[in-house]
Ligand binder design. Structure first.
Ligand code: SAM
Length: 252
């Protein structure tokens, strides 16, 4: 098969460092019976070592040329789904599942939010992302990089940045550092109403330099909550945001 030329529009940066690949495989720690779904299998850098450990593996890949390549492995335990992960019907895969992948960085936030909506089917997720995005997701309140994605994801997942990966580990090399993040749905999610939490968080961070009173004025006023609205959004913990959302819900 002709050598594949990486497609930028699909965020194709293929893992090319055996040590890093081994480290990722160790982090995933797949057990024979695990039900794993890999996103963006590419040329199989993670797929092939995973197949050595698994009785079955489902992968989603959007690029038809790479799907051909993956199918040419003719591995009996591998099922390749040619699809856009954001449109893929997850009910095709038995639940619960573990999800892994070296994600296309251009759509990593939509992918995370997509799986947030399907968290009840997920055991855990191990992803390679842009390091900056991992830092944003795991940031705590009080930090300049704490934002919408940090609050929304931390309200539903426990998470950990596992290790960082330099650009040279990929071919072609991305312009940015990367990192592995592990996410696991919280048994008791902090928030109940995801839609309202998203609404509050979006409004709260819409103008980072303004106070919450200003950002949230069309939603709720100080008299309706014990959260001090003279603060800026970045000062509120995830639990504070949940409280704010619950107080907002009471006004509806
Ligand atoms: N897993 C391979 C590796 O580590 O070398 C490839 C990783 S590469 C960063 C991302 C992969 O996701 C590419 O193979 C790309 O074609 C695929 N991809 C991009 N957008 C996608 C989408 N919307 N749905 C499914 N796969 C996608």
């Amino acid at each position: 098969m002709a050598k594949h030329i990486a497609r930028k529009r699909f965020g194709q940066n293929f893992l090319a460092d055996d040590k890093i690949i081994e480290q990722i495989i160790k982090t995933i720690a797949a057990k024979k019976n695990d039900n794993i779904l890999e996103i963006g299998a590419g040329q199989g850098a993670l797929t092939l070592p995973l197949l050595l450990r698994l009785e079955r593996l489902n992968v989603i890949e959007i690029d038809r040329d790479l799907v051909k390549l993956l199918n040419s492995f003719k591995h009996k335990n591998l099922t390749v789904h040619q699809a856009d992960v954001l449109k893929f019907d997850l009910s095709k895969i038995p639940a619960p599942m573990r999800i892994v992948g070296n994600l296309p960085y251009n759509i990593s936030s939509p992918i995370l939010l997509h799986f947030l909506a399907h968290r009840d089917k997920i055991i855990d997720m191990t992803f390679m992302l842009q390091k900056q995005v991992v830092e944003r997701i795991t940031a705590k309140n009080g930090s300049k990089i704490y934002g919408r994605l940090s609050v929304i994801l931390q309200a539903f997942f426990e998470m950990e940045m596992v290790f960082t990966v330099p650009p040279e580990a990929f071919s072609p090399a991305p312009k940015v550092d990367s990192a592995i993040i592990y996410l696991k749905p919280l048994k008791k999610p902090l928030a109940k109403n995801i839609y309202l939490l998203q609404k509050i968080v979006k409004a709260a961070f819409s103008k980072r330099r303004k106070t919450l009173r200003n950002c949230l004025k069309s939603l709720l006023i100080q008299e309706q909550t014990s959260i001090e609205l003279s603060q800026r959004a970045e000062m509120l913990s995830v639990a504070d945001f949940v409280k704010l959302t619950n107080d907002y819900e009471k006004t509806l």
